[in-house]
Design a binder for this molecule. Structure first.
Ligand code: TYC
Length: 102
């Protein structure tokens, strides 16, 4: 879009080229060894879920193999994945947390 002024100058009005940031799903993967109670604690601690919501998500992962913990900008998603990995390692559980552009 442009506006022609009387003096011949032209004002160009451009739409700001600001796209919303790409978002990433953070997901937990099922395994046979991590205790259910530990997964519930992880979801409460790192994803601010209530115990009820955390239990629902844990059971979904347990039954279906994968479940979404949250959707975040890339840096936040990467931090959550790292936090879960470090916490699981510290407690010697094989829990896997991954991210994927959504
Ligand atoms: N399958 C695990 C068990 O039976 C529980 C579990 C749930 C593990 C979710 C990981 O992301 C997970 N103890």
């Amino acid at each position: 879009m442009s506006t022609q002024h009387k003096d011949g100058t032209v004002l160009e009005v451009r739409k700001a080229k600001l796209k919303p940031p790409p978002m990433f799903k953070v997901m937990l993967l099922n395994d046979d060894y991590t205790p259910m109670e530990f997964v519930v604690a992880v979801l409460q601690k790192f994803f601010a879920m209530t115990r009820e919501r955390a239990t629902q998500v844990m059971l979904k992962v347990h039954r279906e193999g994968v479940g979404v913990c949250g959707v975040y900008p890339k840096d936040v998603a990467a931090t959550r994945v790292q936090q879960v990995a470090a916490y699981a390692r510290r407690h010697q559980h094989p829990l896997q947390c991954v991210m994927e552009e959504s």
